[in-house]
Ligand binder design. Structure first.
Ligand code: 5CA
Length: 158
C-alpha cells in the first residue's frame, strides 16, 4: 500500500465514508485515464481541482466531462479573482499530489463546491490519494464527506 492511500483511508474513516480502493497499474492520473481503466463514462469521474480564490484554496469537485468556468467559481467563492492552483499549492492545501488528489480528507478542510452534473449518476469515482488509485462513491456521499455545496460552475461548451 502507498502512504498517501493509507492517509486518505484514515481521513475517510474519520469522515464516516467507507472506501474500497481499486488500483490500476496502467494509471488513473487523468479523468480520461480513469474512465478507460474503469470502462465507465468520463462524466462519472470526479476531478478534484484546486483553485486559489483571493489567495484562498477552493476545491471544485468537477465531472470529468466538464471544465471549470473560473469566473463562475470566483463568484461562488465570493472572491474578486481566482486562478488554478500550482502543483505546489495543491500539495500544500491538500497534502496530496496532482493526479492523486482525493476529493476530501485533506490536510485542512477546504471550501468546496460539487458539480451538479455529478448528481446525474448513481455511482461516481474519485482519486484515492495516488495517480493509480480510485474509489467508488455516490454524489450524495461525496457531497456530505467533502462538505461541498452543489453548484453550476461549468464552462459553456461552444
Ligand atoms: N486521478 C484523476 C481522476 S480521479 C485525477 O486526479 N484527475 S484530476 O483532473 O483531478 O487531476 C488532474 C488535473 O490536474 C488535470 O485535469 C489538470 O487540470 C491538473 N493539473 C495537471 N498538471 C497541473 C499543473 N502543473 N498545475 C496545475 N494543475 C495541473
Amino acid at each position: 500500500m502507498s502512504g498517501a492511500i493509507d492517509r486518505f483511508l484514515e481521513a475517510a474513516q474519520v469522515l464516516g465514508h467507507e472506501v474500497e480502493v481499486r488500483r490500476f497499474p496502467e494509471g488513473t492520473k487523468t479523468a480520461a485515464d480513469a474512465a478507460r481503466a474503469l470502462r465507465c463514462d468520463i462524466g462519472q469521474i470526479v476531478k478534484s481541482l484546486v483553485f486559489m480564490a483571493d489567495g484562498r484554496a477552493v476545491l471544485a469537485l468537477t465531472s470529468g466531462a466538464n471544465r471549470v468556468d473560473i469566473a463562475k467559481l470566483a463568484e461562488l467563492a465570493g472572491a474578486a479573482e481566482a486562478r488554478r492552483a500550482s502543483a505546489d499549492e495543491v500539495r500544500a492545501a491538500t497534502g496530496y499530489a496532482i493526479g492523486g488528489t482525493p476529493p476530501f480528507g485533506h490536510a485542512r478542510r477546504l471550501s468546496a463546491f460539487i458539480d451538479q452534473d455529478l448528481f446525474g449518476y448513481e455511482e461516481i469515482w474519485a482519486a484515492a490519494g495516488t495517480p493509480d488509485s480510485v474509489f467508488r462513491t455516490t454524489p450524495e456521499e461525496l457531497r456530505a464527506a467533502a462538505g461541498a455545496g452543489p453548484a453550476d460552475f461549468r464552462e459553456e461548451r461552444m
